[in-house]
Design a protein around this ligand. Sequence first.
Ligand code: ADP
Ligand code: MG
Length: 264
Amino acid sequence: MATLEIKDLHVEVIDEENQTAKEILKGVNLSMKSGEIHAIMGPNGTGKSTLSQTIMGQSAYHITQGDILLDGESIIELPVDERARRGLFLAMQYPAEIQGVTNAEFLRAAMNARRTTDNQISVMNFLKELDKNLDLLDMSEAMTERYLNEGFSGGEKKRNEILQLLMIKPTFALLDEIDSGLDIDALKVVSKGVNAMRGANFGSLIITHYQRLLNYIVPDVVHIMMDGRIVKTGDASLALRLEKEGYAGLRDALNLDVALVDEN
Ligand code: ADP
Ligand code: MG
Protein backbone atom coordinates (compact mmCIF):
# COMPACT_ATOMS: atom_id res chain seq x y z
CA MET A 1 0.00 0.00 0.00
CA ALA A 2 1.30 3.45 -0.95
CA THR A 3 0.62 6.65 0.97
CA LEU A 4 0.62 10.33 0.11
CA GLU A 5 0.60 12.73 3.04
CA ILE A 6 0.40 16.50 3.00
CA LYS A 7 1.29 18.02 6.31
CA ASP A 8 0.57 21.60 7.36
CA LEU A 9 1.49 22.80 3.89
CA HIS A 10 2.04 26.52 3.44
CA VAL A 11 2.81 27.76 -0.07
CA GLU A 12 3.64 31.19 -1.46
CA VAL A 13 3.81 32.50 -4.99
CA ILE A 14 5.51 35.67 -6.13
CA ASP A 15 3.10 38.27 -7.37
CA GLU A 16 4.68 39.38 -10.67
CA GLU A 17 3.22 42.87 -10.55
CA ASN A 18 4.73 44.14 -7.32
CA GLN A 19 7.23 41.32 -6.69
CA THR A 20 5.80 40.49 -3.29
CA ALA A 21 5.17 37.04 -1.89
CA LYS A 22 1.55 36.01 -1.50
CA GLU A 23 0.52 33.09 0.68
CA ILE A 24 -1.90 30.80 -1.19
CA LEU A 25 -1.93 27.61 0.86
CA LYS A 26 -2.31 28.31 4.56
CA GLY A 27 -1.81 24.95 6.23
CA VAL A 28 -3.23 22.08 4.18
CA ASN A 29 -3.44 18.62 5.76
CA LEU A 30 -4.49 15.62 3.72
CA SER A 31 -3.62 11.92 3.84
CA MET A 32 -4.49 9.34 1.25
CA LYS A 33 -3.69 5.71 0.48
CA SER A 34 -3.57 3.80 -2.76
CA GLY A 35 -6.96 2.28 -3.44
CA GLU A 36 -8.72 5.52 -2.51
CA ILE A 37 -10.25 8.28 -4.61
CA HIS A 38 -10.34 11.67 -2.94
CA ALA A 39 -12.02 14.74 -4.34
CA ILE A 40 -11.13 18.34 -3.57
CA MET A 41 -13.82 20.89 -4.27
CA GLY A 42 -13.64 24.60 -3.77
CA PRO A 43 -14.40 27.97 -5.30
CA ASN A 44 -12.13 29.47 -7.95
CA GLY A 45 -8.94 31.04 -6.68
CA THR A 46 -8.91 29.03 -3.48
CA GLY A 47 -5.61 27.22 -4.18
CA LYS A 48 -6.65 23.87 -5.65
CA SER A 49 -4.35 24.06 -8.66
CA THR A 50 -1.61 25.47 -6.43
CA LEU A 51 -1.87 22.35 -4.28
CA SER A 52 -1.59 19.98 -7.25
CA GLN A 53 1.29 21.92 -8.82
CA THR A 54 3.13 22.01 -5.48
CA ILE A 55 2.72 18.24 -4.97
CA MET A 56 4.17 17.71 -8.44
CA GLY A 57 7.04 20.13 -7.76
CA GLN A 58 6.47 23.11 -10.04
CA SER A 59 9.12 25.68 -9.20
CA ALA A 60 6.82 28.73 -9.03
CA TYR A 61 5.33 27.42 -5.78
CA HIS A 62 7.45 28.00 -2.69
CA ILE A 63 6.86 25.87 0.37
CA THR A 64 7.41 28.00 3.44
CA GLN A 65 6.22 25.45 6.00
CA GLY A 66 5.10 21.82 6.13
CA ASP A 67 5.96 18.74 4.13
CA ILE A 68 4.79 16.30 1.46
CA LEU A 69 5.52 12.62 2.07
CA LEU A 70 5.31 9.81 -0.44
CA ASP A 71 5.44 6.44 1.32
CA GLY A 72 6.69 8.23 4.39
CA GLU A 73 9.57 9.97 2.62
CA SER A 74 9.71 13.71 2.03
CA ILE A 75 9.68 14.57 -1.67
CA ILE A 76 9.74 18.38 -1.53
CA GLU A 77 13.39 18.60 -2.56
CA LEU A 78 12.92 16.32 -5.58
CA PRO A 79 12.56 17.62 -9.15
CA VAL A 80 9.35 17.02 -11.11
CA ASP A 81 10.72 14.11 -13.17
CA GLU A 82 11.89 12.25 -10.09
CA ARG A 83 8.45 12.63 -8.50
CA ALA A 84 6.93 11.23 -11.70
CA ARG A 85 9.37 8.32 -11.61
CA ARG A 86 8.23 7.56 -8.07
CA GLY A 87 4.63 7.29 -9.20
CA LEU A 88 3.09 10.77 -9.10
CA PHE A 89 1.14 12.05 -12.07
CA LEU A 90 -0.48 15.41 -12.70
CA ALA A 91 -3.16 16.04 -15.29
CA MET A 92 -3.05 19.81 -15.51
CA GLN A 93 -5.99 22.16 -15.77
CA TYR A 94 -4.27 23.71 -18.81
CA PRO A 95 -2.06 21.04 -20.43
CA ALA A 96 1.03 22.40 -22.17
CA GLU A 97 1.81 21.94 -25.85
CA ILE A 98 5.14 20.38 -26.75
CA GLN A 99 6.47 20.97 -30.23
CA GLY A 100 8.43 18.31 -32.07
CA VAL A 101 7.45 15.43 -29.77
CA THR A 102 4.63 13.19 -30.90
CA ASN A 103 2.12 11.98 -28.43
CA ALA A 104 3.25 8.36 -28.91
CA GLU A 105 6.91 9.26 -28.38
CA PHE A 106 6.02 11.13 -25.22
CA LEU A 107 3.97 8.23 -23.87
CA ARG A 108 6.69 5.67 -24.48
CA ALA A 109 9.36 7.85 -22.90
CA ALA A 110 7.15 8.48 -19.87
CA MET A 111 6.41 4.77 -19.46
CA ASN A 112 10.06 3.84 -19.79
CA ALA A 113 11.08 6.49 -17.28
CA ARG A 114 9.18 4.51 -14.66
CA ARG A 115 10.96 1.28 -15.61
CA THR A 116 14.54 0.20 -15.03
CA THR A 117 16.93 0.31 -18.01
CA ASP A 118 16.92 -3.49 -18.38
CA ASN A 119 13.12 -3.60 -18.39
CA GLN A 120 12.09 -1.09 -21.08
CA ILE A 121 8.79 -1.68 -22.82
CA SER A 122 9.04 -3.33 -26.27
CA VAL A 123 7.54 -1.58 -29.28
CA MET A 124 5.07 -4.42 -29.70
CA ASN A 125 3.84 -4.33 -26.13
CA PHE A 126 3.67 -0.57 -26.24
CA LEU A 127 1.47 -0.61 -29.35
CA LYS A 128 -0.74 -3.32 -27.89
CA GLU A 129 -1.29 -1.33 -24.73
CA LEU A 130 -1.83 1.85 -26.75
CA ASP A 131 -4.46 0.22 -28.99
CA LYS A 132 -6.35 -1.13 -26.00
CA ASN A 133 -6.48 2.26 -24.30
CA LEU A 134 -7.32 4.21 -27.45
CA ASP A 135 -10.26 1.85 -27.84
CA LEU A 136 -11.40 2.38 -24.27
CA LEU A 137 -11.28 6.16 -24.69
CA ASP A 138 -12.82 6.20 -28.14
CA MET A 139 -9.74 7.98 -29.54
CA SER A 140 -8.30 7.66 -33.03
CA GLU A 141 -4.79 6.38 -33.63
CA ALA A 142 -4.06 9.57 -35.58
CA MET A 143 -4.08 11.47 -32.27
CA THR A 144 -0.95 9.64 -31.16
CA GLU A 145 1.07 10.74 -34.19
CA ARG A 146 0.35 14.40 -33.61
CA TYR A 147 2.63 16.66 -31.60
CA LEU A 148 1.70 16.67 -27.95
CA ASN A 149 -1.38 18.82 -27.32
CA GLU A 150 -0.57 21.00 -30.35
CA GLY A 151 -3.84 22.15 -31.85
CA PHE A 152 -5.80 19.70 -29.67
CA SER A 153 -9.26 20.93 -28.75
CA GLY A 154 -10.05 21.32 -25.06
CA GLY A 155 -11.85 17.98 -25.03
CA GLU A 156 -9.04 16.23 -26.93
CA LYS A 157 -6.50 17.51 -24.39
CA LYS A 158 -8.53 16.10 -21.51
CA ARG A 159 -8.96 12.72 -23.20
CA ASN A 160 -5.28 12.70 -23.93
CA GLU A 161 -4.44 13.32 -20.27
CA ILE A 162 -6.50 10.24 -19.43
CA LEU A 163 -4.71 8.26 -22.15
CA GLN A 164 -1.44 9.22 -20.42
CA LEU A 165 -2.91 8.09 -17.12
CA LEU A 166 -3.87 4.68 -18.50
CA MET A 167 -0.50 4.18 -20.18
CA ILE A 168 1.80 5.46 -17.41
CA LYS A 169 -0.22 3.82 -14.61
CA PRO A 170 0.93 6.11 -11.79
CA THR A 171 0.44 5.24 -8.13
CA PHE A 172 -1.16 8.60 -7.37
CA ALA A 173 -2.85 10.75 -10.00
CA LEU A 174 -3.68 14.38 -9.38
CA LEU A 175 -6.46 15.26 -11.81
CA ASP A 176 -7.01 19.00 -11.97
CA GLU A 177 -10.38 19.97 -13.49
CA ILE A 178 -10.38 17.12 -15.99
CA ASP A 179 -14.09 17.84 -16.41
CA SER A 180 -13.81 21.49 -17.37
CA GLY A 181 -15.13 22.25 -20.82
CA LEU A 182 -16.30 18.69 -21.50
CA ASP A 183 -19.68 17.83 -22.93
CA ILE A 184 -21.54 14.94 -21.32
CA ASP A 185 -20.26 12.28 -23.75
CA ALA A 186 -16.62 13.30 -23.29
CA LEU A 187 -17.18 13.43 -19.53
CA LYS A 188 -18.42 9.84 -19.59
CA VAL A 189 -15.39 8.70 -21.59
CA VAL A 190 -12.96 10.48 -19.28
CA SER A 191 -14.71 8.99 -16.23
CA LYS A 192 -14.60 5.52 -17.76
CA GLY A 193 -10.83 5.89 -18.12
CA VAL A 194 -10.34 6.94 -14.49
CA ASN A 195 -12.66 4.20 -13.24
CA ALA A 196 -10.68 1.64 -15.26
CA MET A 197 -7.65 2.61 -13.16
CA ARG A 198 -9.44 2.03 -9.86
CA GLY A 199 -7.85 -0.68 -7.75
CA ALA A 200 -5.63 -1.42 -4.78
CA ASN A 201 -2.51 0.03 -6.44
CA PHE A 202 -3.98 3.32 -7.56
CA GLY A 203 -5.05 6.42 -5.73
CA SER A 204 -6.37 9.67 -7.11
CA LEU A 205 -6.94 13.21 -5.98
CA ILE A 206 -9.64 14.66 -8.18
CA ILE A 207 -9.94 18.42 -8.21
CA THR A 208 -13.21 19.81 -9.42
CA HIS A 209 -15.29 22.91 -9.17
CA TYR A 210 -18.56 21.08 -9.81
CA GLN A 211 -20.27 18.07 -8.32
CA ARG A 212 -21.26 16.65 -11.73
CA LEU A 213 -18.03 14.71 -12.30
CA LEU A 214 -18.48 12.93 -8.98
CA ASN A 215 -21.67 11.29 -10.25
CA TYR A 216 -19.41 9.35 -12.62
CA ILE A 217 -16.31 8.92 -10.49
CA VAL A 218 -17.66 8.32 -7.01
CA PRO A 219 -15.07 9.43 -4.45
CA ASP A 220 -14.34 7.70 -1.14
CA VAL A 221 -13.49 11.00 0.53
CA VAL A 222 -14.48 14.59 -0.28
CA HIS A 223 -12.55 17.63 0.95
CA ILE A 224 -13.83 21.17 0.71
CA MET A 225 -11.16 23.81 0.28
CA MET A 226 -11.67 27.49 0.95
CA ASP A 227 -9.13 30.27 1.18
CA GLY A 228 -6.09 27.99 1.16
CA ARG A 229 -7.28 25.46 3.73
CA ILE A 230 -9.32 22.30 3.83
CA VAL A 231 -12.34 23.37 5.85
CA LYS A 232 -14.38 20.18 5.80
CA THR A 233 -13.84 16.51 4.98
CA GLY A 234 -16.56 13.91 4.51
CA ASP A 235 -17.82 11.13 2.28
CA ALA A 236 -19.42 11.41 -1.16
CA SER A 237 -22.57 12.91 0.35
CA LEU A 238 -20.63 16.08 1.20
CA ALA A 239 -20.41 16.89 -2.52
CA LEU A 240 -24.18 16.57 -2.82
CA ARG A 241 -24.68 18.82 0.18
CA LEU A 242 -22.39 21.39 -1.45
CA GLU A 243 -24.40 21.18 -4.66
CA LYS A 244 -27.53 22.04 -2.69
CA GLU A 245 -26.16 24.73 -0.39
CA GLY A 246 -23.47 26.30 -2.59
CA TYR A 247 -20.06 27.40 -1.35
CA ALA A 248 -21.44 30.45 0.42
CA GLY A 249 -24.22 28.43 2.05
CA LEU A 250 -21.80 25.78 3.27
CA ARG A 251 -19.43 28.40 4.60
CA ASP A 252 -22.20 30.00 6.58
CA ALA A 253 -23.53 26.65 7.84
CA LEU A 254 -20.01 25.78 9.05
CA ASN A 255 -19.61 29.22 10.59
CA LEU A 256 -16.40 29.85 8.72
CA ASP A 257 -14.85 33.25 8.58
CA VAL A 258 -13.33 33.04 5.11
CA ALA A 259 -13.63 35.17 2.02
CA LEU A 260 -14.89 33.46 -1.13
CA VAL A 261 -13.07 34.80 -4.14
CA ASP A 262 -15.63 33.50 -6.58
CA GLU A 263 -18.93 32.05 -5.52
CA ASN A 264 -20.19 30.72 -8.84
P1 ADP B 1 -7.92 27.35 -7.94
O1 ADP B 1 -7.27 26.26 -8.72
O2 ADP B 1 -8.54 26.89 -6.67
O3 ADP B 1 -8.88 28.13 -8.79
P2 ADP B 1 -5.27 28.53 -7.96
O4 ADP B 1 -4.41 27.62 -7.17
O5 ADP B 1 -5.17 28.44 -9.45
O6 ADP B 1 -6.79 28.38 -7.49
O7 ADP B 1 -4.97 30.02 -7.57
C1 ADP B 1 -5.00 30.48 -6.22
C2 ADP B 1 -4.41 31.87 -6.15
O8 ADP B 1 -3.01 31.81 -6.42
C3 ADP B 1 -4.98 32.85 -7.17
O9 ADP B 1 -5.09 34.10 -6.56
C4 ADP B 1 -3.96 32.85 -8.26
O10 ADP B 1 -3.96 34.08 -8.96
C5 ADP B 1 -2.67 32.65 -7.51
N1 ADP B 1 -1.65 31.93 -8.30
C6 ADP B 1 -1.69 30.63 -8.67
N2 ADP B 1 -0.59 30.28 -9.37
C7 ADP B 1 0.16 31.42 -9.46
C8 ADP B 1 1.43 31.72 -10.07
N3 ADP B 1 2.14 30.79 -10.73
N4 ADP B 1 1.89 32.97 -9.95
C9 ADP B 1 1.18 33.92 -9.29
N5 ADP B 1 -0.01 33.70 -8.71
C10 ADP B 1 -0.52 32.47 -8.78
MG1 MG C 1 -7.53 25.55 -10.65
